[in-house]
Design a protein around this ligand. Structure first.
Ligand code: TEU
Ligand code: CA
Length: 553
């Protein structure tokens, strides 16, 4: 197993818009982030990943970029950014940027030029096609609903947008586009940035001819996910940019299968350092975007264990429970009521004792919950709004049912402003926050967590320290026990003569744990646990959401 700093790092994801507002305009900003760097350092963070902070009209909160080389007005200036970079480095932490180059904003000068005329030098930066019989060039659909094509009168053609109409897809077939992107990446890396999280990295390459897709929810996916030239493109990017710096990279996969992921994240390092698999997020989907089902523990375990063992010795995993596109972990996988603290601690014990690089989304360290707005107007997300408009306002979906699904699945769950304390607007802003603060900020906030020695924050801090002191937690091989057990997740990790054994109760009940025959408790000691007075390793009753990790050395 080849060691690397980014394999040992703990990453913290910041959604800048919701993190900390320094000037009272209700929008989080870079000076706000700088003012909280010591807090992140105290938690034990090594790498800060910033969601997009570049110029943007904010149709999709920065995932629609109109200038890749400048900072979003609401977030601050280039000087603020450089100060952030400097102060992050001064504290021994690194800064990861979000690279969004499957598409740009329609307000990017490239697109403004491109749409002017068919012979504009920028025309071929995007994907333009003639309509077919007065309709779209093919049947592909956008992830934000409706056709993936928008008609543009000026030139009587359509442009492709896999996401919103304000996010036209860049044409990766065009080598000039690719080199513009590589140059832009070098611009940030030469400034000292430490790597990239790459947005929707597996959909850059579209199948030539753009054939009609088979019917389904996201039509056309089979022609743009893991497309024919994607590995060629990433290997080129790796040769020309990535391999020249000591950086970390993580690609976000839209869909994407495990076999293909192995190639993206391969240990030879020809493409990316690691990828985010999205399989774990798809398991609890219902038949619609905003509906859901309960996932049996055995299914969740199949998913995590599969990625652990399949990658072993061949590729490096990323580990995450949530991000800015997903609901809060404790509401989704744990119990956000009477066992909020226990279950969140248990879930992160799991994450931090697996092989891969862990990512902690903002406020996970205080066990933040979903938000349950009653009024659809209180939601801001372009995805929710366009869904509601299409399927409730102009369709026949039941508003109550859809709202229930939104409560469970919505991206805005993760985007409510950070709860720093119990003062007005949770200490996030002195103005009016861009998205309402979760009404639970009086009970759940960072000030409270810092004052309580039994808080999730302090447990997370201890978990992080424990992981860093025990290489086996980072690099160890993974062996699972009792995969069919619907209450417990049991596994072992091994590295250079050391062993960990992890016992996790995923239920709110007492659950019977039988020591597996293959595990000899002799010589083990308790490394960490989310309850007091945890006994030595033996068959016994586990308390609700109990987690315990034992070490042999
Ligand atoms: O998300 C890409 C992605 O996989 C989406 O389909 C995601 O699953 C969806 O938003 C959930 O419904 C990335 C970003 O993380 C997301 O915030 C952006 O909106 C999107 O790309 C477009 O840039
Ligand atoms: Ca602000």
């Amino acid at each position: 197993m080849k060691k690397a700093w980014w394999k040992e790092a703990i990453v913290y994801q910041i959604y800048p818009r919701s993190f900390m507002d320094s000037n009272g305009d209700g929008i989080g900003d870079i000076p706000g982030i700088i003012s909280k760097l010591d807090y992140l350092k105290e938690l034990g963070i090594d790498v800060v990943w910033l969601c997009p902070c570049f110029k943007s009209p904010n149709d999709d909160n920065g995932y629609d970029i109109s200038d890749y080389r400048d900072i979003m007005d609401e977030f601050g200036t280039m000087d603020d950014f450089k100060e952030l970079l400097k102060q992050t480095h001064e504290r021994g932490m690194k800064l990861l940027l979000d690279l969004v180059v499957n598409h740009s904003s329609d307000e990017h000068p490239w697109f403004v030029e491109s749409r002017k005329s068919k012979d504009n030098p920028y025309r071929d930066y995007y994907i333009w096609r003639d309509g077919k019989d007065g309709k779209e060039p093919n049947n592909w659909t956008s992830y934000f609903y409706g056709p993936a094509w928008k008609y543009d009168e000026a030139t009587d053609q359509y442009y492709l947008h896999i996401f919103s109409t304000k996010q036209p897809d860049l044409n990766w077939e065009n080598p000039t586009v690719r080199h513009e992107i590589y140059d832009m990446m070098k611009f940030w890396l030469d400034m000292g940035c430490d790597g990239f999280r790459m947005d929707t990295v597996n959909i850059y390459s579209k199948t030539p001819g753009l054939p009609d897709g088979k019917p389904g929810e996201n039509i056309g996916e089979e022609y743009f996910q893991d497309g024919p030239r994607i590995h060629e493109f990433l290997q080129e990017m790796n040769r020309e940019v990535l391999s020249k710096y000591d950086i970390m990279t993580v690609g976000e996969l839209t869909g994407g299968c495990i076999e293909e992921s192995l190639q993206y994240a391969n240990n030879e390092g020809t493409e990316l350092g690691m990828v985010f698999q999205s399989e774990q997020n798809l398991m609890d989907c219902g038949d619609k975007r905003f509906s859901y089902r309960k996932v049996p523990l055995s299914e969740l375990k199949v998913c995590f264990s599969k990625w652990q063992t399949y990658f072993q010795g061949r590729a490096w995993n990323s580990l995450y429970w949530t991000n800015h596109d997903q609901p809060r972990t404790v509401s989704r996988r744990g119990n956000d009521k009477e066992y909020r603290k226990e279950s969140q601690k248990m879930l992160y014990t799991m994450l931090l004792t697996m092989q891969g690089t862990p990512y902690i989304y903002q406020e996970e360290e205080i066990g933040m919950t979903n938000v349950y707005f009653d009024n659809i107007e209180d939601y801001d997300d372009v995805e929710i709004r366009s869904y509601w408009d299409r399927y409730v306002v102009h369709g026949d979906e039941d508003p109550e049912k859809t709202l229930d699904g939104i409560h469970y699945r919505a991206r805005d769950n993760a985007r409510t402003p950070m709860q720093w304390d119990d003062s007005e607007n949770a200490g996030f802003t002195t103005g009016t926050p861009w998205l309402k603060v979760n009404p639970n900020y009086k009970e759940i906030n960072i000030k409270e967590a810092l004052e309580d020695e039994n808080s999730i924050f302090h447990y997370m801090q201890r978990l992080i320290r424990t992981r860093k002191e025990n290489e086996v937690a980072v690099y160890g091989d993974f062996i699972e026990y009792e995969p069919e057990n619907e209450e417990l997740y049991l596994y072992e990790r091994n590295f250079e003569g050391k062993k960990l054994f992890v016992v996790l109760n995923f239920t709110e009940n007492h659950a019977q744990f039988h020591l597996p025959e293959a595990i000899d408790p002799e010589g083990s000691r308790l490394l960490i646990s989310n309850y007091d007075e945890t006994p030595e390793l033996q068959s016994r009753q586990l308390r609700p959401y109990e987690a315990a990790v034992y070490l042999w050395e």
